[in-house]
Design a protein around this ligand. Sequence first.
Ligand code: HEC
Ligand code: HEC
Length: 362
Amino acid sequence: MKKLLLPLVAIIVVTAIGWNYLSIPRAAHWSEDELRLIASLSLDALPPLSPDPSNRVADDPAAAELGHRLYFDTRLSSNGQVACATCHKPELMFTDGLPLAVGVGIGPVHTPSLVGLAYSPWFYWDGRKDSQWAQALAPLEAKHEHATDRIQLLQLLSTDSDYRVMYEDIFGELPVVSNLPKTGTPEGDEEQLANWNTLDTGTQRAISEFFANLGKAIAAYERKIMPGPGRFDEYITQLATNPAETEALNNTEIAGLRIFIDKGQCVSCHNGPLLSNHEFHNTGVLAVSGTMPSMGRYDGVRTSRNDPFNCLGEFSDATTAECTRVTLRPGCERSGWRDENADTEKHIANRALYARRADVDS
Ligand code: HEC
Ligand code: HEC
């Protein structure tokens, strides 16, 4: 009996390994409902990208080309070493592979991917920006990222003849720089702010409009950063066309997919062709020790409402009616939190906010 045990164990081990790692697909036995759910995760199910009415050049190829250059240009930083691509590297799926982002300084969080992000209605982990062009402005002036400012950027585009031609073809003449201070922004340190305050409101507005246009060009480029089909998509096609031969995924991966859509319920948040519902959730991540717990989406809503570059702001190309992100409407934040007896329009606001408030309400 003992003599038999060893070969028996060996056979079991070899079979188990072969089962998982050799490409002998186990018939997956998905139910009709599961097949439909899996099909909904295919990139083939991705709808065309909606227009962005707040950015009139969102789909203008010349703007995307300008944005593409800006995205990779390290001159858009105080030390000449940081571009968007420093942190959002194309070769790493537009991330950097670091625990914390490193620009001119070290940031508080890690760098997310930008692939397919144009489909998202909100930007940043707490959704404090409501468009991709408004988002693009923040790192340029953030001290730990590019650490430059809108006046320095205007000086750069005015003196670089390629940039000047490209910009002016799309947006019209650049504001005149001859009498401007060297630096300045309302978002900066004391000196930048003092410089900014020496300017009359007309000049300030013209410079901020130029700044917004840079964001719009960068966003036009970012809208082209799309995911390509992978083995998972191939598997879904195989399931639909020839379910007997689904070798695109091995058995371990198929078992993982089962957990993903079934026991793990990952799919309740990671769903649709981009594997995200683009909503806000409390994932239970604790605050860094020594810091206050984050207010998450609660602060995100406030910040996006007060952002001069939001959809309702003077630099947006959208009409008020086109700014459908309900949280930006005055009063919605309160009603979203407390008012149970809201009218129909507020009711929509309630639904959107209730889904997102999970971020602060565990
Ligand atoms: C120093 C590294 C760094 C640089 C430089 C940088 N980013 Fe980011 N980016 C980050 C980090 C970190 C986040 C996440 C911050 C957060 O959510 O609070 C982020 C977030 C974003 C997001 C939102 C992602 C999401 O999932 O909502 C977009 C879009 C983005 N960056 C684009 C850009 C563009 C465009 C530039 C250049 C103008 C740029 N970034 C420059 C590190 C960087
Ligand atoms: C309640 C909603 C929810 C569920 C359920 C959920 N996730 Fe997530 N997941 C999130 C959120 C929100 C983030 C972003 C967290 C952050 O950036 O701090 C995330 C991030 C991730 C990431 C990192 C993505 C990236 O771009 O870096 C992975 C991988 C992931 N989840 C896998 C899973 C798996 C696997 C499961 C199931 C076992 C799962 N998630 C279940 C909400 C969820």
